[in-house]
Design a protein around this ligand. Sequence first.
Ligand code: PBG
Ligand code: ZN
Length: 328
Amino acid sequence: MSEPFPLTLRRLRQDEHVRALTREVHLRLDQLIQPCFVAEGRGSAEPVPGLTGVMQETPASLLRQTEADLRAGVRAFLLFGVPRARAARQIDWSFTAGQIQALKARFGKDIWLAADVCLCSSTPHGHCGVLNAEGDHLDNDASVQELTAAALAYAQAGADCVAPSDMMDGRVGAIRRALDAGGLERTVLMSYAVKFQSALYGPFRVAADSAPKTQSALRDRASYQLDPARPADAWLCAERDLAEGADILMVKPGLPYLDLLRDLSRAIRKPWAVYHVSGEFAALEALAEKGLAPRAALHREVLTAFKRAGASMIITYGARQARELLDL
Ligand code: PBG
Ligand code: ZN
């Protein structure tokens, strides 16, 4: 006679050995991407509010930080350049291109360097594209031209990957064609394909100096980033960027869009990246800071959710702390 309630499923949860043996999802340090910010004309590196361990770097500190990151086991980086000069058109991409060149000259194939391609840190108004003459809309054609020039400059400087984050129409195809025509067919294109308009980008906009500065219709990025209440548009964006030649597709932010990450990654058999964005990261740090949750466990739980939902790679501000924090 067995007891009325015998062990059934709990048998395989009883100790760490059997839990490890039965685990299905694993975090890997070689699938974490560390975002980095480098600003022109700063005397010294500045901590980014809310993002523990992340700095707005100077060109010199960026090299030192990258060296430390390599020692910490990080190999993949996503670089955001913040130039001093801003322009509405014919933007000069040389500052960020120079940083890419310096990183690749120093670290070569020891690092995989993705460069974020966008206009918001380079335009006076802080939008991700070029404004029309009336100032009430982003001109798609003009924006794609600027973005393509940026991607080409970054790829020529040696970026392993270019990652357009602007959300203009047609930019993936235009960038792919320009890269191929320029003899850069090996440069990987990671599209921020499924990027929502979100309140979770706050700390990033401080670090990238990229908040929209215009009013009225263009006070936010709703006219180009996706509406959280319109998942159908996520599918259209993913399918479009796939057709235009994106190698890697991304969902951003992460946790609020886990449903889409799961469904899209199952349906579209491309590598999927997920961006655990600045506000999401800072929220966990704030919980831990207040002593309301254990920091390492918070990060592990969230990153595990991304893996479970189908991400291959995860962009997280905590990549450089993964060894100590996540025991990777
Ligand atoms: C914009 C861009 C954003 C992020 C990266 N590139 C969002 C935005 O400002 O609208 C967000 C990243 C983060 O919050 O960590 N090109
Ligand atoms: Zn932008």
